[in-house]
Design a protein around this ligand. Structure first.
Ligand SMILES: *[C@@H]1O[C@H](CO)[C@@H](O)[C@H](O)[C@H]1NC(C)=O
Ligand SMILES: *[C@@H]1O[C@H](CO)[C@@H](O)[C@H](O)[C@H]1NC(C)=O
Ligand SMILES: *[C@@H]1O[C@H](CO)[C@@H](O)[C@H](O)[C@H]1NC(C)=O
Length: 172
């Protein structure tokens, strides 16, 4: 186990295969119209975890999902299913307060969040578990690019009933 991990650290770009060898806790069959964050929101899997488990599978805007493909949502023992979908005007403090977790947990489970928490976006799915439940950072080559159509939570206006399009909702 130790030697596998040590080797993996030196072959990060090719670690996808080793990761894929881990037992999948949850499978999901891609449906027509799915995109990464819609799957995350509906299946209670964080944006980070979905990207990590499927490193090398999705392109940066997640436009290459093929309906009928089976993907893994989480590995056994590293599967966070306590999730929250970021809303307009959210901040990390609001989220940690409402789930009664500290920022160590929020950052540990969602390592893509920057230190000022300025890069969370509306529709992003965060793991808000009360333990470190997500796959560790650096265990795979993860595409943590923010979708090009995303709206930062801080700059988004709260939905007020007008027909505001959610970002990153383009169907396939
Ligand atoms: C997920 O799919 C793989 C490949 O078909 C299968 O081996 C595995 O048992 C499935 N796992 C679960 C939890 O359904
Ligand atoms: C996702 O979590 C919510 C809230 O805990 C729950 O009601 C829902 O059934 C879960 N959905 C799935 C697919 O696990
Ligand atoms: C954050 O919460 C976890 C779980 O309750 C705890 O183990 C950890 O010590 C806390 N960290 C800090 C910096 O308070």
């Amino acid at each position: 186990m130790f030697s596998k991990l040590a080797v993996a650290a030196f072959v990060l770009p090719f670690f996808v295969q080793s990761v894929a060898a881990q037992a999948c806790a949850r499978n999901y069959t891609v449906q027509d119209g799915d995109y990464c964050d819609s799957i995350s929101a509906a299946q209670n899997v964080s944006t980070y975890q979905l990207a990590t488990v499927n490193a090398g599978v999705f392109n940066s805007d997640c436009t290459n999902l093929q309906p009928g493909t089976t993907i893994c949502l989480g590995y056994e023992g590293q599967d966070c299913s306590t999730t929250y979908v970021v809303q307009a005007q959210d901040t990390c403090d609001l989220i940690t307060n409402s789930y009664n977790i500290n920022s160590t947990l929020l950052y540990g489970n969602n390592p893509q969040i920057n230190s000022d928490c300025t890069n969370i976006y509306v529709g992003e799915v965060l793991c808000v578990a009360g333990t470190i439940a997500a796959p560790p950072a650096g265990s795979a080559t993860v595409n943590t690019a923010i979708p090009s159509t995303a709206t930062a939570a801080a700059s988004a206006t709260p939905t007020d009933g007008d027909d505001e399009d959610l970002p990153y909702c383009d169907e396939l």
